[in-house]
Design a protein around this ligand. Structure first.
Ligand code: ATP
Ligand code: MG
Length: 634
């Protein structure tokens, strides 16, 4: 561990020296003066005075050496379209998009809200904004009108870029009516909406503000738009968090620090080299999409694969066939997708030649042990769980294979990444916990480059939300709860508001979930704390059973419920035993695949969960309601 330890220590003891060196990875139009401005904690400004541009670093800079290399491979199993763009072609498309935006009045410092499905134009639009010095705010395509309206009012865009429609599992989702409704709900008046017409749905071009992209693109076909050289700390984008725990926060990111951090992460964590191909199966609407579909692979000179579709259409082998066809070296997705793939016919995976694949990365939610074991054995390649947040922009915890190929430990995403001074702290005293002791994961000031600079338009909220929750310390709270072992490996035990207190014992719901998912009958599980007059709180488990068991008769289910509760006894002791095990066929999740535990807890306590703008399928709530009712009748 010495090489990693040494690297990490240098990055913490002398961040200025460490990041000055890392900053060479990108092009600076004007060199920076001060590496780190610490004059206004908890704010940190990186590479002060340096001027650079994200689009230049992602695209222009590669033209000399890799103009003919693919920059973007686009595959849609929804429309059957596959397109390849070399770096030279990508350069052309971004310039056209930038010219169109400029013709609509977009200038440096303006916000452009991007509400698009997974089509190449989403990536063009993001990079066109970067080129112009405009600030993009990508909103997950298909979010309902009220969510979109709330983001319009918060971001106040000068332009919205949208499409006629998205497509999901074969169903067309009309976007223009959603945009129409959002615009009429929003207080902010957006002057123009640019429409990418995929010809999937009748494009509603009647509204006066709607402008069609294609004719303008033709008009600007051969245009070159110079990059705006931005000061390193000017905003590059605003991205709202998933909203798992409440009102989404507008995370603001800088320019120079983000570029440097992503470039460093590509070597130290992802081991991506120029010419490699990376497939990040996420969405440009999430931070993983921003960092590892768009910016990092391009900054590092890779080919990025952008995919529209589900992992199981036309069949559960589609992703593995993509690996074979496009000689994908690095793949990145969320555990939720793997749990879906695990249920598929194993022959589909075996049929594909996966020899190009070096590493699979997983992030976004806890990687449960059965899924981790399954995929590690099935692939026989390193599977790297990594832990981070929209706020941090790149992994906080991982196995830094590019520094040292430390062993993985099941259940842990690994050790702190360079630049992250991570401490597990006691929630009540703020003091550091000893190895093996549970606490809140916190980061010391300053956050490394690439992390959020502030909450969009609300510096006070940045300080009061993130830097004021740990007693006696001004440290950044992740609001996640975890434990670090003697070797520095951290295990995530859930979110701080998922910690439950049973008769004075503090338990992470994640621990109970892990115990339950070790049982062969369990496909998915959510554990929540429910108020109890005697014990304060008790755990309640909501379990989705695997195929055959799910159809079992009521007495068989009752037997299984008891057996599951006993499983928890065995792993964690009877204090953690769920007061009730409720069988459901589906759990409420956000569109990014995260469990909505607060909503489940509300239902379990007989309350209504309130507004859930980011929920994937509201039918799941009804399921939970009914399952709870069934139990009451028994
Ligand atoms: P909000 O902050 O609005 O409630 P959110 O926290 O779900 O939304 P994200 O920034 O997308 O929004 O998610 C980050 C969170 O996801 C982390 O704080 C953590 O709880 C969880 N997470 C991410 N990666 C992992 C991982 N590898 N293991 C365990 N949990 C993870
Ligand atoms: Mg969060």
């Amino acid at each position: 561990m010495t090489r990693y330890r040494d690297f990490h220590r240098r990055s913490i003891d002398n961040p200025e020296a460490f990041w000055r060196e890392e900053a060479r990875r990108i092009h600076w139009h004007t060199p920076f003066g001060t590496v780190l401005d610490r004059s206004k904690p908890p704010f940190a400004r990186w590479f002060v005075g340096g001027r650079t541009n994200l689009c230049h670093n992602a695209v222009d800079r590669h033209l000399a050496e890799r103009a003919q290399q693919n920059a973007l491979v686009y595959v849609s199993t929804e429309t059957g379209i596959e397109r390849h763009y070399t770096y030279a072609e990508l350069y052309g498309e971004i310039n056209r998009m930038a010219a169109v935006m400029r013709s609509l009045g977009v200038k440096r410092g303006d916000v452009v809200l991007i509400y698009l499905p997974m089509i190449p134009e989403a990536l063009f639009a993001m990079l066109a904004c970067a080129r112009l010095g405009a600030i993009h705010s990508v909103v997950f395509g298909g979010f309902a009108a009220p969510n979109l309206a709330a983001r319009i009012d918060d971001a106040k865009p000068a332009l919205i870029v949208t499409a006629d429609a998205g497509a999901r599992a074969g169903k067309v989702v009309d976007y223009t009516p959603l945009v129409d409704e959002a615009l009429s709900r929003a207080k902010h008046k957006t002057p123009h909406v640019l429409l990418i017409d995929r010809q999937l749905a009748p494009a509603r071009l009647t509204a006066p503000y709607l402008v069609a992209y294609e004719p303008l693109r033709e008009q600007f076909f051969d245009v070159h738009i110079p990059c705006e050289w931005l000061e390193s700390n000017e905003p590059s984008y605003v991205l709202y968090t998933s909203g798992t725990t409440g009102k989404p926060k507008g995370v603001q990111r800088d320019v120079g620090g983000y570029a440097v951090a992503l470039a460093a992460s590509m070597e130290y964590i992802f081991e991506g080299k120029p010419g490699d191909t990376m497939f990040t199966a996420s969405d440009v609407g999430w931070v993983v999409g921003h960092s590892y579909i768009v910016y990092a692979p391009l900054i590092a000179g890779l080919t990025t694969v952008m995919y529209e579709g589900t992992p199981i259409r036309p069949d559960g082998g589609i992703w593995w066939r993509l690996v074979e066809q496009h000689k994908i070296n690095l793949m990145f997705t969320a555990p939720t997708a793997l749990r879906v793939l695990k249920k598929q016919d194993p022959a589909l995976m075996k049929a594909a030649d996966l020899s190009s694949l070096r590493t699979l990365f997983l992030a976004g939610e806890p990687l449960d042990q059965p899924t981790a074991e399954w995929i590690t054995n099935a692939l026989n390649k390193p599977v790297i769980d990594n832990y981070w947040q929209t706020e941090t922009g790149w992994p906080m915890l991982a196995i830094p294979r590019g520094i040292e190929a430390l062993p993985t430990k099941l259940g842990s995403p690994g050790v702190p990444s360079v630049g992250y001074s991570l401490t597990v702290r006691d929630e009540l005293t703020g003091e550091p916990c000893a190895a093996g002791e549970k606490g809140v994961l916190t980061l010391d000031y300053p956050l490394p480059p690439g992390c959020m600079s502030t909450v969009w338009g609300d510096d006070k909220r940045f300080v009061s939300t993130y830097w004021s929750s740990v007693p006696n310390q001004q440290v950044y709270s992740t609001f996640d709860w975890g434990v670090q072992d003697e070797d520095g490996y951290v295990t995530i035990l859930g979110r701080t508001d998922d910690v439950i207190n049973v008769a004075g014992h503090r338990l992470g719901t994640r621990e109970i979930e892990e115990a339950l998912s070790s049982h062969a009958a369990v496909a998915e599980v959510a554990v929540v704390g429910v108020t109890d007059p005697v014990k304060g709180q008790v755990a309640m488990a909501f379990v989705v059973l695997r195929g055959a068991q799910a159809d079992g008769d009521p007495s068989e289910r009752a037997r299984l419920a008891t057996e599951l509760a006993t499983t928890v006894d065995r792993h964690l002791g009877s204090i953690a035993r769920p007061a009730r095990v409720v069988m459901v066929s589906m759990l409420p999740k956000t569109r990014s695949g995260k469990l909505l535990r607060r909503a489940i807890a509300a239902l379990a306590e007989g309350r209504e969960p309130g507004d859930l703008p980011t929920i994937e399928d509201p039918a799941a709530l009804q399921q939970v309601r009914e399952a709870l009712g069934d139990g009451a009748k028994k």
